[in-house]
Design a protein around this ligand. Structure first.
Ligand SMILES: *Cc1c(COP(=O)(O)O)cnc(C)c1O
Length: 484
């Protein structure tokens, strides 16, 4: 069994095994004709029945053959141009190569003595991201940050810092403001942080799905007059559904006025940091106290790759705990860079290597161009939808999502239209021809394209709109037959 351990004597086995796995995936990617096979859980689950985990197959080829049947054949493939559903991106090759490096070396980012150069790579990328935000580098301004498992964790940590920096430790009094289109991880975080169930105040959005700062101002004033404490305002820079960006400069002013922590959730919009043409959409982000970025969304990185950046690195001390076995207090005096002092996690993947190899191969402009392409495509898709009498489209996109619904001219009754849209999404998924998402707007069911694949074309969009209309018409035809 020792022959399975990766070490100096097994290098050749490692090469063969890893190559076999890579070849399998490469063949698969090259042969994928649809984003999904449409398999159901009921159809897939029985394939697992014959598998006895206590009886290993031993040999890589057999294991990969089995994997083909339980996973690879029916996986959902994000690289396919007609995968248009969630905030999943096709991944760039340098980052995938980095995955192979980082898991083989298996550094852990909690302490210097488990990582060495990996820690410095992460720190450089934190500095790089902070300076793109406009925080300046650690040396200039004391900005800092840490890689996290995802946007949800980054938001949680940001709100932890905000809670610790708040002007009261009476948690019942703390209030957090986010737009009604903000991410649900804000509510989850508030709960985990022991805030009251009423702590998160949803601020309504304007027609462009941006936070209405007039209402924010009114709510901040109301809370203060009631003796409550505005702990944080979460501005979303790229809402998950609409890609809308809250008015950052105005929110910054209000945060300043009320002494509230300004957090910018740029999990989706962070790709703008690399864009040469759209960076101005994030103007005002430099006033934030903290920023969430998900490189695994708009930087085309594999899951997980995310970070939390803070303007004042000293605030990260709220996540600092010392353990004698790991990061004893004296290591701080010895200036040993232990990233665990800044992180909610202990053992932690060297995800930063993916972004590092990406930037060293393609450069930031390369990433920004890819993100610009999908934003341009969303603009063209919007014009297509706006001109199509079969569809109602919600807002002109500022990033790369399109929220729309099928509304046939001759059908009245909002419930029927709702059901037709739900049906069309399900039928499309079952066909595997394309994958789209769904959401609700004003209580009605809508469909959503999240465009993150530069390989997707306007004709893909047109074709998928025809498929959706076809499924919806079929549903309406059948429901008319039932009704008569
Ligand atoms: C995706 C997303 C999150 C959550 O990020 P995860 O990486 O999925 O945890 C948070 N906020 C926004 C605006 C998002 O789009």
């Amino acid at each position: 069994m020792r022959s399975h351990l990766l070490n100096d004597t097994t290098a050749e086995r490692y090469r063969r095994t890893a190559t076999a796995a890579v070849e399998r995936v490469a063949d698969k990617l090259a042969a994928t004709r649809k984003p999904f096979t449409g398999i159901t859980p009921e159809q897939l689950a029985p394939r697992f029945d014959a598998i006895d985990l206590d009886r290993p197959l031993g040999d890589t080829t057999a294991v990969l053959d089995e994997l083909e049947s339980v996973y690879l054949r029916d996986a959902v493939y994000f690289h396919h141009p007609r995968y248009l559903a969630h905030l999943n991106c096709p991944v760039v090759i340098p980052a995938v190569a980095a995955e192979a490096v980082l898991s083989a070396v298996n550094s852990s980012l909690d302490t210097w003595d488990q990582s060495a150069g990996a820690t410095l790579i992460e720190r450089r990328l934190v500095d790089w991201t902070a300076s793109r935000i406009g925080f300046g580098t650690a040396e200039e301004t004391g900005a800092d940050g840490v890689f996290t498992s995802g946007g949800s964790q980054s938001n949680l940590q940001a709100l932890l810092l905000a809670r610790e920096e708040a002007k009261t430790d009476d948690f019942a009094k703390l209030r957090v403001f986010a737009s009604e289109c903000g991410h649900f991880s804000v509510q989850k975080s508030a709960k985990l942080l022991g805030l009251s169930p009423e702590a998160v105040i949803a601020i309504p959005c304007d027609n462009d799905k941006r936070m209405r700062t007039v209402v924010l101002a009114r709510e901040l004033a109301r809370c203060t007059s009631e003796g409550l404490v505005p702990m944080a305002v979460v501005a979303t820079a790229g809402t998950t559904d609409f890609g809308s960006i809250d008015p950052l400069p105005e929110i910054a002013e209000l945060c300043e006025l009320y002494g509230a922590w300004m957090h910018v959730d740029a999990a989706y919009g962070c790709g703008l940091l690399a864009s040469r043409t759209r960076r101005h959409l994030l103007d005002g982000i430099e006033h934030a106290d903290s920023v969430t970025v998900d490189y695994h969304k708009s930087f085309f990185q594999p899951v997980s790759s995310s970070a939390l950046l803070v303007r004042d690195g000293a605030t990260l001390r709220h996540a600092t705990y010392h353990a004698e076995y790991l990061n004893p207090r004296r290591t701080v005096e010895e200036r040993i860079p232990n990233q665990v002092d800044k992180s909610l996690q202990t053992t932690r993947r060297f995800d930063a290597l993916k972004l590092w190899m990406t930037l060293r191969t393609m450069g930031a402009d390369g990433i920004g161009e890819l993100f610009d392409e999908v934003c341009d495509l969303a603009g063209e898709g919007w014009r297509l939808l706006a001109a199509d009498p079969r569809y109602d489209v919600v807002v002109q996109p500022s990033l790369s999502t399109l929220v729309f619904r099928y509304v046939p001219a001759d059908v009245t009754g909002p419930a029927v239209i709702d059901r037709a849209n739900l049906y069309a999404r399900k039928a499309l998924f079952a066909s595997g021809d394309a994958v789209v998402a769904g959401t609700k707007v004003g209580g009605k069911h809508y469909l959503k394209f999240t465009l993150l694949n530069p390989e997707t074309t306007l004709s893909d969009i047109a074709a998928v709109l025809d498929l959706i209309a076809g499924h919806a018409e079929q549903y309406l035809g059948e429901s008319l037959v039932h009704a008569s």
